[in-house]
Design a protein around this ligand. Sequence first.
Ligand code: FES
Ligand SMILES: [Fe+2]
Length: 337
Amino acid sequence: MSAQTAEDALKVGLPNQWYALLPANWVKDAPVGITRLGQRLVLWRDDKDQIHVQYDRCPHRGAALSQGHVIDGMVTCPYHGIQITCEGIIDSVPAYPGCQLEGMKGVRTYPSVVKGGCVFAWFGDEDAPGEVELPEEFDDPAWSYFICTGPWVGSHLHAMDNLLDPMHGSYLHAESYTLAYGKAQDEMEIEKTDDGFIVKRKGQIGENFDWTEYSYTGADWVRLDLPYPNGAGPGGMFRIIGFVTPIDENSHQVFFWRMRQVEGWERDLWRFMYKSRLEERHWNVLEQDRVVIEQMEQPESEMLYQHDIGVTQLRRVLQKRARDHLKSTTPAAVAAE
Ligand code: FES
Ligand SMILES: [Fe+2]
C-alpha cells in the first residue's frame, strides 16, 4: 500500500534520493544480500570489479539472487542458473537455451556509485537517477577516514534526531574521552545554509559536540566536529560525517565516517592510534547513543524545549519533502488528509 501521509512516507525512507548502502569492501566475490528502505537488494561485483545493486529476486521463480554466484560477470541464480546482466537483463537460461526469457528485462537495477569507500544507490526511476553531491571530504586527500557502520533497532528518524541534538553530548557522553568538556548549559541557535542548516550552541564552539551541519544534496547527511584531547595524537578536530539509511520501518543502518585532516607521518600515527586505542573508545560512545535510541518510544508524547530546535527544524524539512513527494505521486490522497 502506498503512503497516505507525510509520516507514513517517512517511515521507511523517501524515494527519489540517494542512500548509503554498505562499505564497498564488504562486497567481495560472492553476491551480498541486504535490505534498505524495505527493499531486498543484492550487491555484486562484476569481472571489472564494478559493484552493481539490484532487486534481490530472480525473475523466474523468485529465488534470492544473493544466494547465487557471479559467473562470467553476471549474477547467477542458485535455483536454475538463470544469468542476469548488470542492466537486469536475462542473459541466459542454461536449462533451456533459446528460451523466450532471454533478452528480457527481469530485475530492477539501482544506479549506484562508490564514494568515500561506501556504496550509495538511487531509489527512484532507474533510467533517470537524480544528482547527488556527497561530502567533499570523501574526495579530498587531506582527509583520512575510517567508516564505522552498524544496524540499529528503531526508526531511522530517531538516529537523525540524535545527530541534530548537540546538547546530549554534555549528558549522555559526559564521562567520555572526547565529550567531557565545556559547559552543560547553553542555548541553541539555527543558521541556514545553502543545502540545509547548522544547529549550534550559542555559548561555546570547539569545546564539545557543539554544532551539527545538516545537508540535503540528493542525500541526507550531517557533519560535526569533536575536539580531541592532546593524547589522541596529531591532527585537527575529529570530524564525523553521518548518514542514516532505513532498513525497514523499525531498523536502520547508521554510517559514520570518522576522519581527521592529517597527512604524512602524522597521518600514519593517527591511523595507528585509532586502530590500537581510539576506535574502541569511539565505539563505546556510539553504544551510548544506540542504547538510548533503541529504547525510545515513538515521538507522539514528546515535550520539546529550546534545545530541540535542530530536531524541530529537521522534521520540518523532511515533512515538507515528504509532502512534496506525495503531491507529485498521489494528489487525491493528499487532498483527503
Ligand atoms: S528461480 Fe532463479 S533460475 Fe529459477
Ligand atoms: Fe551521541
